[in-house]
Design a protein around this ligand. Structure first.
Ligand code: ZN
Length: 314
């Protein structure tokens, strides 16, 4: 194994890059803008130019680089064919072949979906360190996720594995999810979802709450009030925990991971939400899986570059 690898996390506005050594140390990390014009044709050449510049700056010959791992915001098949990244303007093409044309000096290229590689990164050097299998729930504007079993990303036959936000947890829901279905986890457990759910709960009861006095409120307001012991806010967080616990118990019945990793902006609320989801996970999980631990993600926006490097180091 050669000593270095690049991890490249391609986002809609910036590309994050990291130069890693084999032990998982990030030796340098930086960003370049994602130029999406002309169907994203500049994105890969820009990445190659940035990698070449970094090798020159560090005086590292390309022969000492084991490979380049790339995370993309869309489905990626096991032969590294990208199947439309709407954010980048990309159609269908083989990412490894394209990179090999642009940078033949580093032929080993691997790719994965960004949420899946972030899960791999958290498992390697973040909240799941020391474990082999994890399911991550990323609670941000929406709810995303990733599945890693025995160190391998599970992408699924259609690239749909890890879409934990679209498990139906409330069949009676009358408001549609962004995906068109009704009652998806994302509708209750994302930062937007908990606010929407909170408003519905407030409208259906008379319990006093500081939330009623606010012109608008966000997920942090709810979690802060719950942490302070406000009964209404605790009710909202409890309901959030019930949906999360139910979803996690369903996941455990299929993949039975070593650990659940909770990432995204909501995870910053810490204990107050972790306790709520753990309470219901313990209640709903099949007995053999009910002791599974739950950790907060630790790598933040760097999880992707770590996971990409891990794709290469294996
Ligand atoms: Zn949905």
């Amino acid at each position: 194994m050669k000593p270095y690898a690049f991890g490249v996390d391609v986002g809609g506005t910036t590309v994050k890059l990291g130069l890693f050594s084999q032990d998982g140390t990030v030796m340098d990390k930086w960003e370049i803008p994602t130029r999406t014009q002309n169907n994203g044709e500049c994105v890969l050449p820009d990445i190659v130019a940035s990698i070449q510049a970094k090798l020159a700056e560090k005086n590292i010959p390309a022969q000492e680089v084991e490979g380049i791992g790339i995370g993309v915001p869309g489905p990626v098949s096991s032969d590294f064919t990208v199947n439309k990244c709407v954010n980048l303007g990309w159609g269908v093409f083989n990412l490894k072949e394209k990179m090999n044309e642009l940078l033949p000096e580093i032929p080993n290229v691997a790719a994965g979906n960004d949420a899946n590689v972030a899960t791999l990164g958290e498992l390697w050097q973040g909240g799941g360190k020391g474990h082999q299998s994890a399911v991550m729930f990323t609670l941000g504007t929406g709810v995303g996720g990733g599945v890693v079993v025995d160190g391998n990303i599970v992408a699924g036959a259609n690239g749909g594995a890890g879409e934990v936000g679209h498990m139906t947890v409330e069949p009676g829901e009358t408001v549609p999810c962004a995906c068109g279905k009704y009652g998806c986890l994302e509708q209750y457990a994302s930062a937007n979802g908990i606010v929407r759910m909170g408003k519905v709960m407030l409208s259906r009861c008379d319990k006093p709450s500081a939330l009623r006095e606010m012109e608008t409120f966000n997920a942090k307001d709810i979690c802060d009030l719950a942490r302070g012991g406000e009964e209404m806010a605790l009710d909202i967080v409890d309901r959030f925990g019930e949906y999360m616990g139910r979803a996690m118990s369903l996941v455990a019945c299929t993949t039975d991971p070593d650990i659940f990793i909770i990432g995204g902006g909501m995870s910053r609320a810490g204990d107050v939400i972790m306790e709520a989801m753990l309470k219901y996970y313990r209640k709903y999980a099949f007995h053999v899986s009910s002791g599974t631990s739950i950790a907060v993600a630790q790598l933040g926006n760097d999880a992707g570059i770590y996971g990409c490097a891990k794709l290469i180091f294996g």
